[in-house]
Design a protein around this ligand. Structure first.
Ligand SMILES: NC(=O)c1ccc[n+]([C@@H]2O[C@H](COP(=O)([O-])OP(=O)(O)OC[C@H]3O[C@@H](n4cnc5c(N)ncnc54)[C@H](OP(=O)(O)O)[C@@H]3O)[C@@H](O)[C@H]2O)c1
Length: 331
């Protein structure tokens, strides 16, 4: 009989996350209780935030030692158990890193009819909406402005840069390594990209952004945010999307210059979570779909096969292995 494969995290990391923090176990497929449905995992989203959830409660509950690793993705309904879902329906759900899971029917949402399903986790999913809402609602990017984006080759970052170009901005990325930077310029269409691992980032930003930075889309925080701050124009906007440079056991770093630079340059620095703009979701989705149909927005996905590869996939993402949206195809 088929078993349920689960990946648990017996002990939370105090330093860098490694594959050895995870444990693969086999168990029975659970039976849904009243108001629950039984789901089978199809595709898991692998996110930098998965690591942040190990640091404590944020906008959601923290991961506790011994938990099945938390994670969100697309599942198919195996047993609707009297709910309004049908067997075989595709749904968004968070049953974590396991092949089967039970969850309350109120905690799942039907997927729209779209193929391939992976797009619903990448460009038409959280990554696409995070990029669009952050840049448009918070950054308020305008034609002719200079946009700087960190984590530029990642799932959110590459879309921020592409959307910035479509909105008429000059787009400068920040990414780890010359090879990634060359890819962003030659393939993705950024105007320039700076390798933060090469050092002297502040100087490189100043040289490349010759008219200063109007909008900085910050995916990483720490020292990179610090370098960006000093290059902001008067009345610039800093979009605080995440702080991946501080998730994986690094000591909390900078930036200095707050609030001094914020005051003197009249900057706006604002954080957001993708779920903050439900009333703008359809508008963002429609604009993204139009760009895709016209061939103006490229989709970069990085799909790894097999649930057992999930630990490696997350550790690799934190080490900068991915280009575009990383996912694990479970079934
Ligand atoms: N606010 C929201 O609602 C929301 C929603 C989704 C994601 N996010 C945030 O968006 C950011 C990107 O997340 P993602 O899941 O899309 O991951 P991702 O960008 O696809 O992958 C993470 C990337 O971070 C970079 N990185 C790792 N360590 C770094 C360091 N010390 N300094 C600079 N860059 C580093 C790596 O690229 P390099 O090779 O360039 O180092 C890696 O590829 C995260 O901060 C995440 O929390 C926020």
């Amino acid at each position: 009989m088929t078993k349920n494969i689960q990946i648990t995290i017996p002990e939370l990391p105090s330093g860098k996350l490694t594959e050895s923090h995870f444990k693969l176990i086999e168990g029975e497929i659970p039976s849904p209780q009243k108001n629950q449905v039984l789901l089978k995992n199809i595709m898991l989203s692998i996110d930098a935030a998965n690591r942040a959830w190990m640091q404590g409660a944020t906008y959601r509950q923290a991961i506790e030692p011994g938990d099945v690793m938390h994670g969100y993705g697309i599942c198919s309904v195996v047993d609707p158990n009297g709910s309004h879902f049908k067997k075989g329906d595709f749904v968004f759900a968070e049953i974590g890193w396991q092949t089967y899971g039970v969850i309350s029917a109120t905690e799942i949402t039907a997927c729209p009819d779209h193929k391939p399903l992976s797009h619903l986790l990448s460009v038409l999913g959280i990554a696409g909406k995070t990029a669009h809402h952050g840049l448009v609602q918070i950054g308020k990017i305008k034609e002719g402005e200079t946009l700087l984006v960190s984590g530029a080759a990642g799932s959110v970052g590459n879309l921020v840069g592409q959307i910035g170009k479509l909105k008429g901005a000059k787009v400068i990325g920040i990414a780890g390594g010359q090879e990634k930077c060359d890819w962003l310029v030659n393939e993705v269409g950024f105007d320039a990209c700076l390798d933060y691992k090469a050092g002297k980032l502040g100087k490189a930003i100043a040289q490349t952004c010759d008219k200063g930075v109007d909008v900085y889309f910050d995916n990483v925080g720490g020292n990179i945010l610090q370098s960006a701050l000093f290059n902001m124009n008067q009345r610039g906007r800093i979009v605080c999307c995440g702080a991946v440079s501080l998730y994986d056991g690094q000591s909390l770093a900078g930036p200095v210059g707050i609030p001094g630079l914020i005051v003197v340059k009249r900057l706006k620095m604002e954080g957001f979570i993708v779920f903050d703009f439900p009333e703008k979701d359809v508008e963002a989705e429609n604009e993204i779909k139009t760009w895709i149909e016209r061939g103006e927005l490229k989709i970069y996905e990085d799909i790894i096969t097999g649930l057992s590869e999930a630990p490696k996939a997350l550790v690799g993402l934190l080490n900068g292995e991915n280009r575009g949206k990383r996912m694990v195809e479970v079934t």
